[in-house]
Design a protein. Sequence first.
Length: 201
Amino acid sequence: MGRGVQHFDLNTTNMKFLLDFFPILLFFIAFKLYDIYVATAVAILASFAQVGWVWKKSHRVETMHLITLGLIVILGGATLLFHDETFIKWKPTLVNWAFAIAFLGSQFIGSKNLLRRLMEEHISVTAEIVWTRLNLAWVLFFITMGLVNLYVAFHFSTDTWVNFKLFGMMGLTFLFVILQSFYLAQYVVPEEETPQKENEE
């Protein structure tokens, strides 16, 4: 009676996305008010602030946050040093491909892939293959996003690329998460199923 169903909690995921997009939002605002070089400097400072906030809150920083910080410092620094926006335009692609490599590598390293490690605490599924399919779906998503970024960056104006970097990438990411949640809903294990079976025995 009153058997509950375990749902994928998007709140934590959405907060993580908002935190990850914080430097991008400031980059967008600075670009609209000034130019690509001021925006790049702002993004570098925002990335340091982002990592600092995460460290202050949890006393640990995810490896991918450090990789992202390293890329913005290197590519952003090159953009400012050589006064060439090409470097900063590569940053979203390299970040996405770094995520793709991490997710793909987790398929072969350890007993659980990266997506399962991130989500298993919040949700249980009926088949192990679901985690594999979703993890590989993220790999393909990150690879595709990296390619799309390059296409927009080098076939359209810088203004269009900056708009895409914020609205396009964020919109596509949220759309992908929503589609993933619909797929995942088919395989969710009812949260009270196991305790109830034990009580019946």
